[in-house]
Unconditional design. Structure first.
Length: 191
């Protein structure tokens, strides 16, 4: 993500392993025109993705946890973000005058499969769940830029306020170019 967005003029904040209302969220990208919660899962096999029930691979591996599948997990993230934004809408000019709840619901949520989404995976998630996306982790950075919310137009300061004030997160230092190169080499070795 840093390699993809680090030199862009537009601000992109990447939040990792944080909590909203006692719910741990793996990853979220904050950008001027979107808040994108992401649930990360590791799986090398194909599986059947559905809204209800476990996501099983042919070998019997369960993708996600035993009590909630990844769709349900990311749906819960979406609800937590809805609650947080609605309770604090007066702090953001793009949300303050919302006449209904659409701006708070109109967010994309992603399940990203590491290292990549197996080509034989079957996605049976209904098109009624328009907000849900299933990608491989290898595609995530390029797909992020196309995930937007037409109701959101946060300023850079408002994005920082979400991270620092609403979520009480502290910024970690950026990786050096050397660390980034080492990380990229490790990814190439895995492929």
């Amino acid at each position: 993500m840093e390699f993809r967005f680090g030199n862009e003029e537009k601000l992109h904040l990447v939040l990792m392993d944080y909590y909203i209302e006692n719910r741990q969220i793996d990853l979220t990208v904050l950008k001027n025109d979107g808040i994108i919660p992401i649930e990360l899962k590791e799986c090398h096999e194909p599986f059947l993705a559905s809204e209800n029930g476990d996501w099983f691979t042919p070998s019997g591996h369960i993708v996600g946890s035993k009590d909630r599948n990844p769709f349900q997990q990311v749906q819960e993230c979406r609800i937590k973000w809805f609650n947080l934004l609605k309770a604090n809408k007066h702090k953001f000019r793009c949300l303050d005058n919302a006449s209904d709840e659409r701006p708070f619901w109109y967010s994309t949520c992603i399940v990203a499969i590491s290292p990549s989404l197996h080509p034989n995976t079957t996605n049976k998630i209904s098109s009624d769940s328009w907000w849900f996306r299933l990608f491989g982790l290898d595609e995530l950075a390029k797909k992020i830029e196309f995930q937007t919310n037409k109701y959101m137009n946060f300023s850079d300061d408002e994005l920082r306020k979400i991270a620092s004030d609403l979520l009480s997160l502290k910024q970690k230092s950026h990786q050096t170019r050397k660390n980034t190169t080492e990380w990229e080499n490790k990814l190439k070795e895995r492929e």
